[in-house]
Design a protein around this ligand. Sequence first.
Ligand code: UDP
Length: 324
Amino acid sequence: MKILVTGGAGYIGSHFVNLLVSKNIEAVVIDNLSRGHIEAVNKNSVFEKVDILEYERILNLLAYHKPDAVVHFAAFAYVGESVENPLLYYNNNVIGSYNLIKACKEAGIKKFVFSSTCSIYGNPESIPINEEQKPDPINPYANTKLAIEKILNDFDRAYGIKYISLRYFNAAGADPNGLIGESHLPEPHLIPIILETALGKREKVNVFGNDYKTLDGTCIRDYIHVNDLASAHLKAIDYLHNAGESQIINLGTGIGNSVLEIINRSINITGKKINFMVVERRKGDPAVLVADYSKAQNQLNWKPEFSIDQIISTAWNWHQNPKY
Ligand code: UDP
């Protein structure tokens, strides 16, 4: 089997490529390296530096490599940046993905796994969130992901491209081997920010609000280990391989942790002092996001393996000695 992975130099993509290689599955990585890291690309994969906006090159690569499936991670993924610069997001995420999906149609590739997001749900109606909840994005980033899901749905109906759209909750953690991990510039995510504070790289963690209707007043999120996300993608490919119908599937653990809980667990795991200060709420943050992942369990035979403490400790292992 051969899988073409866009964004394979990025955080989640690189963990997925490692999984493919560990299973002796051929991996072709496409990345423009604008935000990914060449050091993250598995040496036993084929690497092609190309942008998904380059339609002809993408089409040629698909025709040349003839992958059994495409797994599409490449995207810009900063909510704040998408609000400031929606043009960048619609161009890269929507036009780029449209190019890729169109090239798949032209090249006769009919299996597609897409990296989507729980932010599509906006402010959820109820918790835990299942796939029946109506999408209601509240920022351009989530709008772009929903637009791509709609393109996939239309291309399935008209051209028979079968897809799985995986709506991730909060990706976190790093491969326990310590060779790859999360490295964003700037870093907007809670766990890396906490660990950089533990390392003395930051003075303190700003806690965005403690007046939410939660037990300790801080926001609750469903943190899921990046290798659990990777394994779900492989199961999605298996599912499509067995002639499964297109599906939209949540990926989370079903367990929520508040910002203060994450800080306290991180203090225990690192043994370091972690200063924090409560500041204003961050705009657009729902109080609670927790997944109902029963569809992933039923359709993909997948379940998460990593606990929140393992998420933090693998991230800690990486952040103490990042390779890029
Ligand atoms: N958060 C925080 N301080 C930070 C970064 C994040 O309090 O410096 C909170 C944020 O409000 C949210 C949670 O941590 O409730 C996770 O945020 P992150 O940006 O990691 O992921 P998101 O939920 O936005 O995808």
